[in-house]
Design a protein around this ligand. Structure first.
Ligand code: NI
Length: 150
Protein backbone atom coordinates (compact mmCIF):
# COMPACT_ATOMS: atom_id res chain seq x y z
CA UNK A 1 0.00 0.00 0.00
CA UNK A 2 1.32 3.39 -0.95
CA UNK A 3 -0.56 6.48 0.07
CA UNK A 4 0.32 9.69 -1.73
CA UNK A 5 0.25 13.12 -0.15
CA UNK A 6 -2.91 14.91 -1.29
CA UNK A 7 -2.18 18.28 -2.86
CA UNK A 8 -4.31 21.12 -1.51
CA UNK A 9 -5.80 24.23 -3.08
CA UNK A 10 -3.17 26.88 -3.72
CA UNK A 11 -0.75 24.51 -5.48
CA UNK A 12 -0.41 25.32 -9.22
CA UNK A 13 -0.75 21.66 -10.34
CA UNK A 14 -4.43 21.76 -9.37
CA UNK A 15 -4.98 24.61 -11.83
CA UNK A 16 -3.20 23.08 -14.82
CA UNK A 17 -4.91 21.30 -17.69
CA UNK A 18 -3.69 17.75 -17.18
CA UNK A 19 -1.90 16.00 -20.05
CA UNK A 20 -3.34 12.98 -21.90
CA UNK A 21 -1.70 9.63 -21.21
CA UNK A 22 -0.07 8.55 -24.50
CA UNK A 23 0.69 4.98 -23.44
CA UNK A 24 -0.42 2.82 -20.54
CA UNK A 25 2.68 1.40 -18.90
CA UNK A 26 3.65 0.09 -15.48
CA UNK A 27 3.94 3.64 -14.12
CA UNK A 28 0.29 4.31 -14.95
CA UNK A 29 -0.78 1.01 -13.35
CA UNK A 30 1.18 1.93 -10.22
CA UNK A 31 -0.37 5.40 -10.27
CA UNK A 32 -3.89 3.86 -10.41
CA UNK A 33 -3.13 1.44 -7.57
CA UNK A 34 -1.64 4.11 -5.34
CA UNK A 35 -4.43 6.58 -6.14
CA UNK A 36 -6.97 3.97 -4.96
CA UNK A 37 -5.03 3.42 -1.74
CA UNK A 38 -4.87 7.18 -1.24
CA UNK A 39 -8.59 7.70 -1.91
CA UNK A 40 -9.73 4.88 0.39
CA UNK A 41 -7.28 5.94 3.10
CA UNK A 42 -8.73 9.47 3.01
CA UNK A 43 -12.34 8.13 2.80
CA UNK A 44 -12.92 9.98 -0.43
CA UNK A 45 -15.30 8.93 -3.23
CA UNK A 46 -13.07 10.09 -6.06
CA UNK A 47 -9.58 11.24 -6.89
CA UNK A 48 -7.86 12.77 -9.91
CA UNK A 49 -4.13 12.43 -10.64
CA UNK A 50 -3.43 16.19 -10.26
CA UNK A 51 -4.54 15.83 -6.63
CA UNK A 52 -1.49 13.66 -6.00
CA UNK A 53 0.74 16.03 -7.95
CA UNK A 54 0.62 14.16 -11.27
CA UNK A 55 -0.65 16.27 -14.16
CA UNK A 56 -2.05 13.38 -16.19
CA UNK A 57 -5.59 12.61 -17.33
CA UNK A 58 -6.37 9.81 -14.87
CA UNK A 59 -9.33 9.63 -12.49
CA UNK A 60 -10.82 7.10 -10.11
CA UNK A 61 -14.26 7.04 -8.48
CA UNK A 62 -15.90 4.79 -5.90
CA UNK A 63 -19.19 6.02 -4.49
CA UNK A 64 -19.90 2.66 -2.88
CA UNK A 65 -20.74 0.62 -5.96
CA UNK A 66 -17.23 -0.40 -6.92
CA UNK A 67 -14.08 1.21 -8.25
CA UNK A 68 -14.10 2.98 -11.61
CA UNK A 69 -10.75 3.78 -13.21
CA UNK A 70 -10.58 6.01 -16.28
CA UNK A 71 -7.59 7.10 -18.33
CA UNK A 72 -8.09 10.01 -20.77
CA UNK A 73 -11.79 10.31 -19.83
CA UNK A 74 -14.34 12.24 -21.86
CA UNK A 75 -17.86 13.08 -20.84
CA UNK A 76 -19.86 12.21 -23.94
CA UNK A 77 -23.39 12.89 -22.70
CA UNK A 78 -24.99 15.03 -20.01
CA UNK A 79 -28.68 15.03 -19.11
CA UNK A 80 -30.77 16.93 -16.60
CA UNK A 81 -29.64 19.08 -13.71
CA UNK A 82 -29.14 18.34 -10.05
CA UNK A 83 -27.84 20.43 -7.17
CA UNK A 84 -26.23 18.79 -4.16
CA UNK A 85 -23.52 19.25 -1.55
CA UNK A 86 -19.91 18.55 -2.50
CA UNK A 87 -16.53 18.58 -0.91
CA UNK A 88 -13.03 17.76 -2.12
CA UNK A 89 -10.00 16.15 -0.53
CA UNK A 90 -7.94 19.05 -1.92
CA UNK A 91 -10.15 21.62 -0.20
CA UNK A 92 -10.36 20.15 3.30
CA UNK A 93 -13.10 21.28 5.64
CA UNK A 94 -15.15 23.09 3.00
CA UNK A 95 -18.44 22.12 1.39
CA UNK A 96 -20.86 23.81 -0.94
CA UNK A 97 -23.78 23.29 -3.27
CA UNK A 98 -22.89 22.55 -6.89
CA UNK A 99 -25.25 22.27 -9.85
CA UNK A 100 -24.25 19.50 -12.24
CA UNK A 101 -25.79 17.25 -14.85
CA UNK A 102 -28.01 14.63 -13.22
CA UNK A 103 -26.86 11.87 -15.55
CA UNK A 104 -23.68 11.48 -17.56
CA UNK A 105 -22.04 9.03 -19.88
CA UNK A 106 -18.27 8.98 -19.56
CA UNK A 107 -15.82 7.05 -21.68
CA UNK A 108 -12.10 6.47 -21.46
CA UNK A 109 -9.53 3.73 -21.27
CA UNK A 110 -9.19 1.13 -18.54
CA UNK A 111 -5.85 -0.12 -17.21
CA UNK A 112 -5.70 -2.68 -20.04
CA UNK A 113 -6.00 0.10 -22.59
CA UNK A 114 -9.50 -0.99 -23.62
CA UNK A 115 -12.15 1.65 -24.24
CA UNK A 116 -14.78 1.63 -21.51
CA UNK A 117 -18.00 3.60 -21.21
CA UNK A 118 -19.97 4.12 -18.00
CA UNK A 119 -23.34 5.67 -17.32
CA UNK A 120 -23.90 7.32 -13.99
CA UNK A 121 -26.62 9.17 -12.16
CA UNK A 122 -26.93 10.75 -8.74
CA UNK A 123 -23.75 10.67 -6.70
CA UNK A 124 -21.87 8.65 -9.32
CA UNK A 125 -22.64 11.20 -12.06
CA UNK A 126 -21.59 13.98 -9.70
CA UNK A 127 -18.31 12.26 -8.85
CA UNK A 128 -17.46 11.66 -12.54
CA UNK A 129 -18.02 15.36 -13.30
CA UNK A 130 -16.13 16.56 -10.22
CA UNK A 131 -13.10 14.39 -11.00
CA UNK A 132 -13.19 15.29 -14.70
CA UNK A 133 -13.14 18.98 -13.71
CA UNK A 134 -9.87 18.39 -11.83
CA UNK A 135 -8.26 17.46 -15.18
CA UNK A 136 -9.29 20.87 -16.53
CA UNK A 137 -7.88 22.70 -13.51
CA UNK A 138 -11.35 23.38 -12.12
CA UNK A 139 -12.17 22.97 -8.42
CA UNK A 140 -15.69 22.60 -7.01
CA UNK A 141 -15.32 25.88 -5.12
CA UNK A 142 -15.23 27.64 -8.52
CA UNK A 143 -18.79 26.46 -9.17
CA UNK A 144 -20.24 26.19 -5.66
CA UNK A 145 -22.79 28.32 -3.92
CA UNK A 146 -23.24 28.66 -0.18
CA UNK A 147 -19.71 27.56 0.66
CA UNK A 148 -19.40 26.63 4.31
CA UNK A 149 -16.49 25.72 6.52
CA UNK A 150 -17.28 22.51 8.39
NI1 NI B 1 -11.96 17.02 -5.73
Amino acid sequence: MAVYKIIEIGEPVLREKARPVPKINSNIIKLLDNMADTMYNARGVGLAAPQVGVSKRVIIVDTGEGLYELINPEIVRKEGLDTDTEGCLSVPGVSGEVQRAARVVIKGLNREGKEVCYEGEGMLARAFQHEFDHLEGILFVDKAQNLTRN
